[in-house]
Write a protein that binds this ligand. Sequence first.
Ligand code: MRU
Length: 349
Amino acid sequence: MKGQPLEWRDGRLRILDQTRLPHRQVWLEMDGYRDVAVAIKEMRIRGAPAIGVAAAYGIALGARDIAAGDREDFLKELDGVCREMAATRPTAVNLFRSVARMKATAVGEKDVLQTRKALRAEAERIHQEEVEASRRLSFLGAELLNDGDTVLTHCNTGALAAPGYGTAGGVVLAAWEQGKKIKVLADETRPYLQGARLTCWELKQAGIPCTLITDSMAGYFLGQGKVNCVLVGADRIAASGDVANKIGTYGLAVLAAENGVPFYVAAPVSTIDLSTPSGDKINIEQRDPREVTHFQGRRVAPAGVEAANPAFDVTPHTYVSAIITERGIAREPYVTRLKALLSPSLRGA
Ligand code: MRU
């Protein structure tokens, strides 16, 4: 598979540094769990499922490096590793689900050696499950796209964000592989430019026609009838169907509704969080205002100006035409449909 965000081979983890893309492909060697935590915080690896997978491998690395031979001490130290990993970014639920799964795996084992082995295996399982989920949801979602459609996307939702095929980007790729001539309008996604840097890079590699637009051009193209659907990913979907995703998603959903264009969300079920009843309960990451006041390290706003930088927003479920998952495509009423999709319930939920 091309364009994967991380590689695990013989107990070693390498992460493709997404802050260097599209100009350079730099693979970072992760020497221990702290390297992984920093890579997540600094968005060298990002996107909800990719964060979840990286965190699981990070915990496996942490377990490898705990010196304690006594099981009680080992578990106590492992708890600290899990806590550090969980503190990296607050919004993507995949991170917390992975941490919970890794903790539960450790508790179920008898001795330290066995626990380390089980944690490695569990991380690989989480990775494999995400790859398979992304492939399945991509091909299920492709049925919603027609030959010749123009799809408006936000942020980066390809394999870099979700190992395997991706989420929304995976749906586009699967439709393309089915022979549908899809065109993509990729918005740049201020302030971190995941759309301009990463989505355009992935689409170019796949040979899928892509036009880059600034975020503020979306209404222009939707208003001109140039867009057949808006297709985005998610970082956390509440039980109500409210969707937390990259800042700017809510605006796109409102514009889509105003222009009678469907607004689709693609996400694996590991992104659905039934324990969060509605979107207003989702913890929205607030990032460094420098990402707004500066552009590629250079100040563009006057010194001393205040800047806000919420990294995500919440789109109310009433704007969501469908949620595409590997277990099926859900529509309103999401409260019952999402519950049904998650039954039997997921581990780490
Ligand atoms: O801040 P990021 O780049 O991690 O945000 C990523 C997104 O918002 C994606 O749209 C989301 O994770 C879904 S795609 C896997």
